[in-house]
Ligand binder design. Sequence first.
Ligand SMILES: Nc1ncnc2c1ncn2[C@@H]1O[C@H](COP(=O)(O)OP(=O)(O)OP(=O)(O)O)[C@@H](O)[C@H]1O
Ligand SMILES: [Mg+2]
Length: 262
Amino acid sequence: MSVSDTNAVTLDGLRLDRGGRSILRDIHLQVPTGSITAVLGPSGSGKSTLLAALTGELPASAGSVRVLGQAVPRRSRALLEMRKSIGVLLQGNGLLTDLSVADNVALPLRTHTRLPEILVRRLVDFKLNAVGLRAVADAYPRELSGGMARRVALARALALDPPLMIYDEPLTGLDPIASGVIMSLIQRLNDTLGLTSVIVSHHVHETLPICDQAVVIANGGLVFAGTPQQLQASDDPLVRQFLGGEPDGPIGFDAQARTEAA
Ligand SMILES: Nc1ncnc2c1ncn2[C@@H]1O[C@H](COP(=O)(O)OP(=O)(O)OP(=O)(O)O)[C@@H](O)[C@H]1O
Ligand SMILES: [Mg+2]
């Protein structure tokens, strides 16, 4: 990252299309290096679509996406290189069922580096320790609880020491206690490893306490950006409807139809 760039992510006038339709328009957003940003919004509003732009999976239709000091490359080789700097935790965990916990965490190291096996094992040990799961290194994913499996996926996302972590709905399917564990882990890893984190979630009350910045997307655009305190205090009807989980209000129940009509 260049010295002058203090943002891990900068979105400028970004438009994202999918299936010939504009999903998000005119998005301006800065994610300061070292911070935790929550991306909130109703289902179907385009949260995962926004993340796909950060990883370069979905190219910008207009505007620009800068990640870790560079414009997200379009050439596949440069893109693969950039993706090694982004740790991604997807909703489904994506653990391979026929590999042990340790081998799952080792996978990115074995795929992307030529480190000797002894070093791979030490790094895996370190990552599993970071999520409090060294004791289950030899277990298989089916032997783990949902919360433990999520932590293994987290350890794997951290395997290559990415400076930027992206979480898409990290709490899905977890009970309140496991949710609390995951959120405090995300915060601790961000602070102790000096990462930058972007968390997509509709679990507002679990996510806000650990984030520095919160943004809300709805109706095809970014309708709020500020601190969690500013979000709680906002009197914007869109924000209030979302925070209150109310079906009636300016956010269309069928977000897709609203976007098209806009
Ligand atoms: N591959 C795709 N092709 C066409 N349209 C898509 C594709 N993926 C998503 N969409 C559409 O883009 C819109 C935003 O989807 P997205 O998955 O980003 O929403 P989301 O905010 O992540 O929702 P959720 O909270 O349910 O995960 C939706 O209307 C969806 O139907
Ligand atoms: Mg999504």
